[in-house]
Design a protein around this ligand. Structure first.
Ligand SMILES: Nc1nc2c(ncn2[C@@H]2O[C@H](COP(=O)(O)OP(=O)(O)OP(=O)(O)O)[C@@H](O)[C@H]2O)c(=O)[nH]1
Ligand SMILES: [K+]
Ligand SMILES: [Mg+2]
Length: 507
């Protein structure tokens, strides 16, 4: 092919001439193919390929910020910015002057670390620059990195995505890492850390292995049963293993969404008749005047939501309109929103006025029944205890702990009396709802997992219904595929975007 035939390749190539580089259009390089890939550019020391960089510490002014790179150009970038000819010893922090290689301008003096792959977070060559966290330092270093060829800013979650692709972590561990970054309470941190360390991934992997083994036995039976080398007994052993697995998965699915609640927060709703002090209670718990309080019944209309950390558990607490047959159309809308919130509540704080609370159990039961949806956990708060007169009221043990009453406490939002016992009851309820993140087998934390587990269970049920051994084996394969999609061991490209989208840039 002549020179003219190479029109598709009319890019600019680089020729190495005695240590120097001359840019020439490919068409003039005497062939129609681009030159062989560079291993490292003589001028800027950067190796070609996709190398990403980002600030990995938080954003905003800070003492020290960490800029991270990953990809084949990391080593060259480190050499360029530090103006050295030799990389620092792997995984050891080294103090270096950091310059913009294009202008030779001094940007900062900081600690640099070199992580040659595969012993790095992503498995690729990585570098870290620990610099002063001022915005001008950061933008200077980022600009210098961006000018190096082969380097580009990272997408959100791209470092973790690369780690996943290099087999450094499975998807459940990546999700654990994401949750750890977002964890706001101690219990959330404990659960996320456990997942990141791979406990949940190992559980799902073990189940996958059980299915692989069952499949191997079935296939052996199909292939060799005629030779009488494989006994019928094999099939009943497989049945037994599948049944045990089914039970284990069912128990895992029936954990009352504990892991999910802990991950995304327990939705607790304050409900009750008008003017009993619901908004006062919300304000007291979040320690700021988030909701309007007034002596006028029907003050609250919109749902007012605050996030709380109660005993290490995350709570999304909502204050709602007082429930009554309202005539005002705006209040009616408020009441309807309150009822809607109640339908989706994980926990209800039912507030009644201690001075007017029915003492007849049937009447009290009916009052609670009109507030709390059946089978939703509830705490009964008898507010305005300060108005109970001389003896100030007290509850016997039976009434405090129920049943038939829900756990109950006397409270005064005015004086703060009873706050401790309310927080104690709340802590107990949350512990029951979320479980202890450190105890027992790891909990289900994501609806993505439960969808796949339900799919796996459905396949196992079909397995049992099959008369034909070949068809039964197919169901086991399907069940295993569902488990594989949770950990990412089976074609999971479509879910990767969803998972990594929630990461921040630099992670
Ligand atoms: N004495 C006394 N008054 C209280 C207490 N808690 C609230 N109040 C008063 O009761 C009135 C109503 O309080 P809110 O918090 O607005 O009651 P609410 O249930 O949110 O009322 P709506 O939103 O209208 O349904 C206000 O005047 C509060 O100051 C309490 O513990 N003791
Ligand atoms: K009110
Ligand atoms: Mg209110």
């Amino acid at each position: 092919m002549g020179l003219g035939g190479g029109h598709k390749l009319m890019g600019w190539g680089r020729v190495f001439l005695g240590g120097g580089v001359v840019a020439l259009p490919y068409a003039f390089m005497g062939c129609c193919v681009p030159p062989p890939p560079l291993t490292r550019c003589t001028l800027c020391s950067v190796a070609p390929g996709d190398t990403i960089f980002a600030v990995s510490s938080g954003h905003g002014r800070c003492g020290v910020a960490v800029i991270r790179t990953s990809g084949p150009g990391s080593g060259g970038a480190l050499l360029s910015l530090t103006g050295s000819t030799e990389l620092p010893p792997p995984r050891l922090m080294t103090l270096r002057r950091i310059r913009d290689p294009h202008t030779a301008e001094l940007l900062d003096r900081g600690l640099v670390v070199w992580f040659p792959g595969p012993q790095s977070f992503t498995g690729e060559d990585c570098a870290e620059l620990h610099v002063h966290g001022g915005p001008a330092v950061l933008s200077g270093v980022l600009r210098a990195l961006g000018r190096l060829s082969g380097l580009r800013p990272a997408e959100p979650g791209e470092f973790t995505r690369r780690a996943f692709h290099r087999g450094k972590l499975d998807l459940t561990a990546a999700e654990g890492l994401r949750d750890l970054i977002h964890a706001e309470t101690e219990a959330q941190r404990q659960q996320a850390l456990r997942q990141m360390e791979g406990e949940l991934g190992r559980l799902y992997q073990r189940w996958g292995e059980t299915l692989t083994q069952a499949l191997a036995h079935i296939e052996a039976y199909i292939d060799f049963s005629e030779d009488d080398n494989v006994e019928e007994e094999v099939l009943s052993q497989v049945d037994e293993a599948v049944r045990a697995l089914e039970q284990e998965i069912a128990a895992h699915l029936q954990d009352g969404r504990r892991g999910e609640l802990l991950r995304s927060g327990v939705h607790a709703v304050i409900a009750g008749p008008p003017n009993v002090g619901k908004s006062s209670l919300l304000n007291m718990l979040c320690q700021r005047p988030a909701a309007i309080v007034s002596p006028i019944a029907g003050t609250t209309r919109d749902v007012v939501e605050v996030s709380l950390n109660v005993s290490g558990y995350p709570v999304v607490l909502s204050d709602t309109a007082g429930l009554r047959d309202a005539t005002d159309p705006i209040e009616q809308e408020g009441v309807s929103r309150a009822r809607d919130r109640l339908q989706h509540a994980d926990l209800v704080l039912a507030v009644l006025d201690a001075t007017t609370v029915p003492t007849d159990p049937a009447e009290l039961g009916a009052a609670l029944g009109s507030l709390v949806p059946p089978s939703t956990p509830c705490i009964l708060v008898l507010n305005k205890a300060d108005l109970l007169g001389g003896h100030k009221g007290a509850l016997c043990d039976a009434c405090t702990h129920g049943p038939p009453l829900p756990p109950t406490t006397l409270l005064s939002c005015k004086t703060g009396e009873g706050t401790d016992s309310l927080l104690q009851l709340l802590g107990q309820q949350l512990a029951q709802l979320c479980g202890d993140p450190l105890a027992g087998s790891p909990t289900l934390t994501q609806s993505r997992h439960s969808t796949q587990l339900h799919g796996c269970m459905a396949a196992l049920v079909l397995y049992r219904q099959q008369q034909d051994v070949g068809m039964a084996a197919e169901q086991l394969r399907l069940a295993r595929r569902h488990l594989g999609r949770i950990t990412g061991h089976v074609g999971a490209e479509d879910i990767l975007d969803v998972i990594f989208r929630d990461f921040c840039i630099g992670k």
